[in-house]
Write a protein that binds this ligand. Sequence first.
Ligand SMILES: [Zn+2]
Length: 272
Amino acid sequence: MTVYIGTAGIPISTKRNSTIDGIKRIKELNLQCLEVEFVRGVAMGNETAKLIGKTAADLGIKLSAHAPYYINLNSDDKTKLEASKKRILDSMERAHHMGAEVIAVHASYYGKDTPEKTYSDTRNACADILEKAEKRGFGDVKLGLETMGKQSQFGSLEELIKLSKEIKIIPYIDWAHIFVRQNGVIDYSEILGQLVRLKIKKVHSHFENVKKNNAGEFVDVHIPIDHSPPFEPLAKEIMKRKIDITLISESPLLEKDAIKMKNVLENLGYKF
Ligand SMILES: [Zn+2]
């Protein structure tokens, strides 16, 4: 088993605000991976992506990427749908040149549609994206659809597992999102069991904690890792099942909480 821990975006303590400096900082912090954030748009070119990939490869740091937030594969508006597909394809192309294994995507919103229609529209759009990625030579990058926390967003674990059996996407696990969606309950063992049965070689995931609103319900607002959902039971389950996994800290404290997760695993006997 191998565990890779890193941050969503360049670590806060990076001196210069660049991805290359962020990768070097990950190395200095003795972390293993970095998720490159295209969340506000794919502004990077392929040549820069290659340079970033070379730095990461030289330092032995694994990369992944996060596609822009402004995506809805269930949009009725053809222009918006095509723009969403393009943002995903651009992310995959840069990921390919960076040598990144996977991209995380917030795929779609139900809007006025039923979950079934949203599912089939999302599946059709993803199938088209996968075909184009293959033709254009960057089909090696895995298309990861993220488990989403808000009820308005497509992406329950069940939906993504079903979809991954039909087309070549993988569920990109956001542990806290699943926890919010299930009203503050999560069974790590059961989820890892389902992923193992899908024969996923490596689990890609985000971890953070989430806030409670005034009504006492958990909401998709990321906070530092010190309470809910708890990390230690997940760490124990990863060790017990010998899972290959990437854990990206999406805590507002980024590397501080990535190191916290690393320490928990080390205390359980894992050697990085
Ligand atoms: Zn995300």
